[in-house]
Design a protein around this ligand. Sequence first.
Ligand code: F6P
Length: 341
Amino acid sequence: MRIGVLTGGGDCPGLNAVIRAVVRKGVSVYGHEFVGFRDGWRGPLEGDTMPLDIQAVRGILPRGGTILGSSRTNPMKIENGVGRIKENLAATGVDALIAIGGEDTLGVAKQLYDREVNVVGVPKTIDNDLSGTDYTFGFDTAVNIAMEAIDRLHTTAESHHRALICEVMGRHAGWIALHAGMAGGANVILIPEKPFDIDRVCEYVESRFRTRYSPIIVVAEGAHPIEGQMELQAGTLDAFGHVRLGGIGEVLAKEIEKRTGKEARTTVLGHIQRGGTPTAYDRVLATRFGLQAIDAAHEGDYGKMVALRGTDIVRVGLDEATSELKTVPVERYSEAEVFFG
Ligand code: F6P
């Protein structure tokens, strides 16, 4: 078989580990050949390929990013996008495609599968917001990066008696904020799933100062106040119609300063959470996903996404994986609330 591989959407640590596992098992156990498509769906759309053999995947396990490149190209928004992808797959002799991506990339994979393209999906995202899998790789690395940042913020906040706010990614899910905030001992964690009450946040801040400690507030980029409490600016949209988030940390700092009279400053972690070397957990999860994905492609079990259930790697339908966003349940947030203030 000749199998195409692509990585789409926002990158995350562990993508290279998947590519390596797919190619290593595919070549050495099954004798398949591989073609790398560059920059997500742009690759098959434009027939932009690169060689992908065992030599090409040597030494990439610990490297962040993706050797294939990535993009947020949406072929469904491009005239005859599906037709062009099918033509280029045929022209490059590709029998099946392994698409490694998040909600958007796998959503396209599902639509291509419905139009008779042989696709297997692999879930990735630092946001951990894909239903169908307990965890996505990239998440653990992002959480550890954010936790280390929070640890560092604690010491400097205490020296200067300031409130320090740490804005983390995660889009419309609060997983990174929740896990990094719990692991880093944040005094307040704000997530998109529960609109926050600014009066309450300020009470937590003041109570923390009263006990002679400095408050650390972890805020997810998608978090927002109860309607009518504070003005927020609308962001621009990407090719999949998602709003570009970011900036809530700054707004929050100004509001806290205004209401409490205490100095409040913001650190936005941004793409630092997506870069660099994956944790051991993410390397192992990504490798196991890759091994399962090549098995599925070899067996012709298309229209599936590999997934983590407990400690097992299983296959679920792409529709199940992309039908709804996995957000933080109320009870998980309540566990963290015990430590607020
Ligand atoms: O989905 C991963 C993610 O890092 C989100 O947490 C974030 O909102 C978004 O991608 C940022 O995307 P970009 O790098 O395209 O600005």
